[in-house]
Design a protein around this ligand. Sequence first.
Ligand code: SAM
Length: 240
Amino acid sequence: MAPQAGVGGAAPRGEAGRAARARPYTLRVESSPHYFTPRPSGPESRRAITVELAGRRVEVTTADGIFCPDRLDLGTSVLLRTTPDPPERGELLDLGCGWGPIAMTMALCSPRARVWGVDVNERALGLLADNAAAHGLDRIVAARPQDVPADLLFDEIWSNPPIRIGKPALHELLTTWLPRLVPGGTAYLVVQRNLGADSLAVWLRGNLPPQFTVVKEASAKGFRVLRVHRTLAPDDGVPA
Ligand SMILES: C[S@@+](CC[C@H](N)C(=O)[O-])C[C@H]1O[C@@H](n2cnc3c(N)ncnc32)[C@H](O)[C@@H]1O
């Protein structure tokens, strides 16, 4: 399902855009049960697991039918270990939040920020809402894409994006949400290197508006963390 909210896909620009379109890249998508449907079939089978988030041991509830329910995903843990603390206040986004390890970390690190955990999987959203409530993180909003106000921009975005949805849907997802960074805002995306992280960086450079830069922030355990930054240039044609 494509997100309903947002400013729409960004137009490819310039030489880099033409080059990226001319050289299709491979994004390897492994088969697995679909955790990215709105209402997963089968029983929830809720259970408690203990994970480390923002330097503390935290018990959370997970369930079947969502992404990586039995542990902190390795890519997510690379993102959380290598990304600088988010801004102390403002609007923060965890794009594809699952049960909430990234959203909860942002909320624990940024005591005055509002954190949007966005996912298409309503079971995952229910778990994030319960996990946030259990830890007093009432500044977390668990929301479907279409429930996020369309004019809201984000000071920072963190994401372990859903590579398994396939390249066209992933591209649409990223070109919908990344342009919703405020001028000066930054996004961090973790992507497995052998699932196409470097090629995705090239594609983003060619297909985001020109005021967005994409660099490799970190590399660990077979994952890349990509840093997408929107410069402060005025009148950049993207809503401010
Ligand atoms: C790789 S998982 C990461 C989950 C969680 N952030 C974590 O680190 O454990 C990606 C998530 O993106 C969600 N997703 C898939 N398509 C989406 C879409 N169009 N909009 C928002 N989230 C989506 C999936 O349901 C899944 O929960």
